[in-house]
Design a protein around this ligand. Structure first.
Ligand code: BES
Ligand code: MN
Ligand code: ZN
Length: 450
């Protein structure tokens, strides 16, 4: 899956901070100095250094920040397919190796990728830690990148089952009309028009006596908008609308790989928001699992509908913490752009840990307010709630306030993520992306590690 190996083999990589480059150069042999100067290297990026016989000897990389996760990401893509090794303190090694594997990522399910270099690191703990994180992020990216035609609720279910098998977790699901019998009417309503039956997916793992952590992810496998159909441009990327589900599966993978001392529950309402004769309609009123009635103003505000039944279930048990991820609103992207996921939290201490973790892990997140006065925009006239606010202003906040009505008993964090890179940056190729996943894991480690 990725080219990171425990051991000490191959060509050494020397990382130098840019301000130290001239000093370093002056300490090199005449051969190395001449090679770098006359090949036009100006102390930016990387250069291969040959032996006297023309074979590759080593690589020099000049970076701005020797602590950054992304310091080797572009180099990892550009180096020839050969073994390389890196030495250093475990912090720098961890950061550089993570950026290496995330930078080398390619989605190769439908088209072969390029052959890429292998990185050897002679520190087993670093390799294991980095591999656990990278596997989670890559799982999220792969799931988001897979076309909707091959990632319907049944395939998302398979993905959760595969993960459950790998880590000895329990898997269960409620499929199709059984959702009505088990009182998940809102999930069923949104998903019933599709040929691919709606499902509520569930994974449970960990020590029964540990604090319970519940992850909930929006699993809308394709969002056509339903009867209030999305316009062409708005529909184009909607294979990513199960991105929240992909985030919680990726995060669960990291939690289980690193054996975080929690009792983990993962819930994914998995549906396709499709159009057919039995599609739900604007003006329909649904009685949700919790009993609150919701009038459908717009069938394109479907994420909060499937989430509200799953959150109500999560809240029943009063877990120590509920975290949901959802590609919930375009408004969150208008507010923060595509590269900063917004989150809401009813736990101030955890929110502040999250902000800090985002900074240190270079996985930035930003807290948005659960401004209660806006809740009045979600009130119904002939129902308890409507599913779309009477104003478009503050659309991410009104969506979050709707969800909050279904979580009354537990601390709760809600991520409104884009799950997609519109442009490539070092270590973050275009396409599906895990956003805030590493920051959340870091904050969870702090909360639960003894
Ligand atoms: N999945 C979309 C939100 C979305 C759009 C996320 C683009 C990321 C990128 C969601 O189901 C949706 O359609 N939301 C509507 C809500 C509105 C109808 C109240 C939106 O944001 O326009
Ligand atoms: Mn929608
Ligand atoms: Zn959606």
């Amino acid at each position: 899956m990725f080219h990171l190996v425990y051991g000490r083999e191959g060509h050494p990589i020397t990382i130098i901070k840019d301000s130290h480059y001239d000093q370093w150069l002056s300490e090199q042999s005449a051969f190395v100095r001449n090679w770098l100067v006359h090949s036009g290297f100006e102390g930016k990026g990387h250069r291969l250094i040959p032996k006297q016989d023309g074979h590759l000897d080593r690589v020099v990389v000049v970076v701005e920040d020797t602590h950054s996760v992304w310091q080797l990401s572009d180099v990892a893509k550009a180096l020839p397919k050969a073994p390389f090794y890196l030495e250093g303190g475990s912090e720098q090694l961890s950061a550089a190796a993570l950026g290496w594997v995330l930078g080398q990522y390619q989605f190769t399910e439908y088209k072969a990728g390029d052959d890429r270099a292998t990185l050897y690191i002679n520190d087993e703990a670093v390799v294991n830690n980095v591999s656990a994180l990278a596997k989670g992020v890559i799982l999220t990216r792969d799931l988001v990148n897979t076309p909707a035609g091959d990632m319907m609720p049944e395939q998302l279910s398979m993905a959760m089952q595969t993960l459950a098998r790998e880590y000895d977790a329990q898997f269960s699901e409620i499929v199709g009309d059984a959702l009505l019998a088990e009182n998940f009417p809102t999930i069923h309503m949104v998903g019933r028009a599709s040929d691919h039956a709606p499902r509520l997916l569930e994974l449970n793992w960990g020590d029964e006596s540990a604090p319970k952590l519940c992850l909930v992810g929006k699993g809308v496998c394709f969002d056509s908008g339903g009867l209030d159909l999305k316009p062409t441009a708005g529909m184009r990327l909607m294979k990513k609308d199960m991105g929240g589900g992909a985030h919680v599966l990726g995060l669960a993978a990291v939690i289980m790989a690193k054996s975080l001392p929690v009792r983990l529950q993962v819930l994914i309402p998995a549906v396709e928001n499709a159009v057919s004769g039995n599609a739900f309609r604007p003006g329909d009123i649904v009685t949700t699992r919790k009993g609150l009635t919701v009038e459908i103003d717009n069938t394109d505000a479907e994420g909060r509908l499937v989430l509200c039944d799953a959150l109500a279930l999560a809240d029943d048990d009063q877990p120590d913490l509920i975290i949901d991820f959802a590609t919930l609103t375009g408004a969150a992207r208008v507010a923060l752009g595509l590269e900063v996921p917004g989150f809401y939290s009813t736990d101030d201490a955890f929110a502040s840990d999250l902000m800090n973790a985002g900074e240190t892990e270079e996985d930035n997140v930003w807290r948005l307010p659960l401004h209660q006065p806006y809740a009045s925009y979600m009130k119904g006239s002939i129902s308890d709630l409507v599913n779309s606010a009477s104003t478009g202003m503050g659309g991410s906040i009104t969506a979050a306030l709707y969800l909050q009505k279904f979580v009354e008993n537990s601390p709760w964090v809600h991520f409104d993520v884009g799950a997609w890179n519109d442009r490539a940056r070092p270590g973050r190729p275009k396409g599906g992306e895990a956003m805030g996943l590493r920051a959340v894991f870091k904050a969870l480690e702090k909360r639960y590690s003894s």
